[in-house]
Write a protein that binds this ligand. Structure first.
Ligand SMILES: [Zn+2]
Length: 255
């Protein structure tokens, strides 16, 4: 991403230096070509297998932004479009007395592997000897590395990640507001109630669908079970039909 932006800036500088010798129409044509090149490059990058599986550095990616800590925990990054939509939603929620804060945003493959393997060895799960049984238990709440929607910069966890919170008055108010209003800003709840497969319901996890819908489509086309490896329990992904049942086991409005 950085290289493409730099390339465009370089060409534009050359144009400006030589502008006395170039006709306006030539400058405009060149500018258009540069923009088209950048757009195509970004689109190809955004759909690459490495991007879809979180194998890139979002902290150095110019299409991402670090969310200020007044709106989020430290080190939360999102795709710029997701962040802009979140700000619009946040302003509207504020009018209703709701303060939206992001607990978790983008996570890389390595971030997810640390999380997954810390659970794998945690005292709660360590005694489970059968690998598939352990994976099934973990998959109630945690995604395998390379299969999380959090890899895309489109998905965020809001305010409180404990199901019990959503039984409280404040939690109910928050969730009802999101159900009624988040879609107006492009957000949907991927892990909603009443799905036939996939993760438990997560009332705090919302996805910016104008982007994530395309990433899901690209994921299904490009990622296969052979790509899911490099962590504990990865060998169980195929037998459990992880892509069909978990990656695709989402709210139909996210597809
Ligand atoms: Zn989440």
């Amino acid at each position: 991403m950085f290289y493409y932006s730099t390339f465009v800036e370089y060409v534009l500088c050359l144009c400006l230096l030589n502008q006395t010798r170039m006709k306006t129409i030539q400058l405009i044509t060149l500018f258009g070509l540069c923009l088209a090149f950048q757009f195509c490059s970004n689109a190809a990058y955004s759909q690459s297998k490495d991007f879809l599986m979180g194998k890139y550095d979002y902290t150095k990616d110019t299409s991402f932004v670090k969310v200020p800590t007044q709106f989020a925990r430290s080190n939360v990054y999102l795709k710029k479009e997701t962040y802009q939509a979140f700000l619009r939603m946040r302003a509207a929620a504020f009018q209703s007395g709701i303060d939206l804060n992001i607990i978790s945003g983008t996570r890389s493959f390595n971030d997810q592997r640390s999380k997954w393997e810390s659970k794998w060895f945690a005292s709660e799960f360590a005694p489970i000897k059968d690998s598939q049984q352990k994976v099934l238990k973990l998959l109630r709440w945690w995604s395998m590395p390379g299969t999380s929607r959090h890899h895309w910069g489109t998905d965020l966890d809001l305010n409180n990640m404990k199901p019990a919170y959503y039984q409280t008055t404040a939690g109910k108010k928050l969730y009802n507001w999101l159900l009624n209003n988040a879609p107006k800003f492009g957000f949907q709840q991927p892990f909603c109630a009443n799905r036939t497969s996939g993760y438990q319901e997560e009332k705090w996890h919302w996805s910016y669908v104008p982007l994530s819908r395309n990433y899901l489509k690209a994921y299904i086309k490009q990622v296969s079970y052979a790509d899911i490896n490099g962590f504990k329990g990865a060998q169980n992904a195929k037998d459990l039909a992880l892509i069909s049942n978990w990656v695709l086991g989402v709210n139909p409005r996210c597809k």
